[in-house]
Each structure stands twice: as C-alpha cells, then as structure tokens.
Design a protein. Sequence first.
Length: 227
Amino acid sequence: MSFAELVTQNHCWKNVSSEKPRLYTKGSTFDDGYMYFLVSGRLRLTALSANGGEKIIWYLGEGCCFNEIVLFLENSENASLLPSTASFRYECMEDCYVQKFTSEQVRRLGKRHPELLLNLCQSYSVKVALLAQQVVSLSVESHLTRVCKFLASRIIPGSNPMRARRDLPLFEMAGLLGMHRITLYKALRTAQSRGLLTFDKNSDEVVILQPETFFYEAHGTMPGVKC
C-alpha cells in the first residue's frame, strides 16, 4: 500500500465547481494556499530538504484532491508544530487539468454537502496511513525488503512466469524508496544473485523466479496466507 498510486479518492468533487478545469502543462507546480482537484493527468508529491535532497512521497492520478493541508491547518494552533526542515512540491508528470478551490469555497460547499467534507477526511486518513507506513519502512526494513515490496505491488495478474512491472525509471524508483539509485541497483543485483528474480536494466518488467521466497522477503508471509 505504501507504494500505491492514489486514484479517484475524491471522485465526488468532480462536478461541484462552476469553473472550468485549467490546463497545467508537464512540469508545472502549484501555489500554496489552495486545495486542488485533479480532473485528469498525473502528479508527483516530492519533499525537498534545505540541503537539496529529495524524497518522492507518492503519485496521484485523476479524481484526487491535493494540498488539503491548507484546510486542516488554516488558522490552527497546531500549525506551529510543523517542522520547517523540508518543503513539499506537487509537480505535473504530464499535462493535467486541475480545478482550484479556496478555503472559503470549500467551507461553503461543505455546508451544503457535508458528504464532501467527510470524503476529504476519509482520503486524508488514507494519506496519513501511507506516510506512517513509509516512516516504518524507512526505519526498520532493509533495502532488499523495500525493493521486493515495491515489485510485489506491481505483479502482473496471470503472468507466467510471474512478472512485475518496473514502470518507473531507476532514479524515480530510488527516490520513492528513499535510497540512492546505486543502492537500488545493488539491491536488485542482490535479489538476482539469490535467485529471487531476474531483470534487464533496459526492460520494464522483472521476472520473479522464486515467488514464495520473494513474497516472504516483501511481506514476511506467503501470498494468500494471512498472519
């Protein structure tokens, strides 16, 4: 789950604005102070440290609201508790159509349609859970486990032999997993040397050679077995 791309989390927000969606071209970023709804396209959220380091947090697909933090922390005493060690940037990975909402617009809509605010709370809870899982993963899991977990989330259904999609460039995959791309490549080579999988750096698929051992490395359990 921690490597999932969020899609249609807030579909009920699609037709509530009277304004037409605005085109944001690939590479565009977004202003703070507004909540946005992604009508179509794909975004990436990245944390940027003061020393130039980057960590990809997650990806968003169509039907998702983003930058909701301006609603939950606006004029809140808890805002002062947030550390200022990093900034966060939403960036268009392709051309996107997006709608913008002010805090006042969201409040007015919420009064008329409380289910919209409930939906925001539900989707925000999912994002908090994803962040918590990422913290645990970065703190206690090995590089090999994180790589296997990522690939396990991208298994191609019905593939024989079992294969996983490697649908991100190595540097993006490394950023999402919180490691250097050389470290990622070494982890893949370690998995290959142990016979868990095989891959070609120019291919967008990884072949899983030992599914049982692979899933145990990823999740501590065999596929289909509940702990």
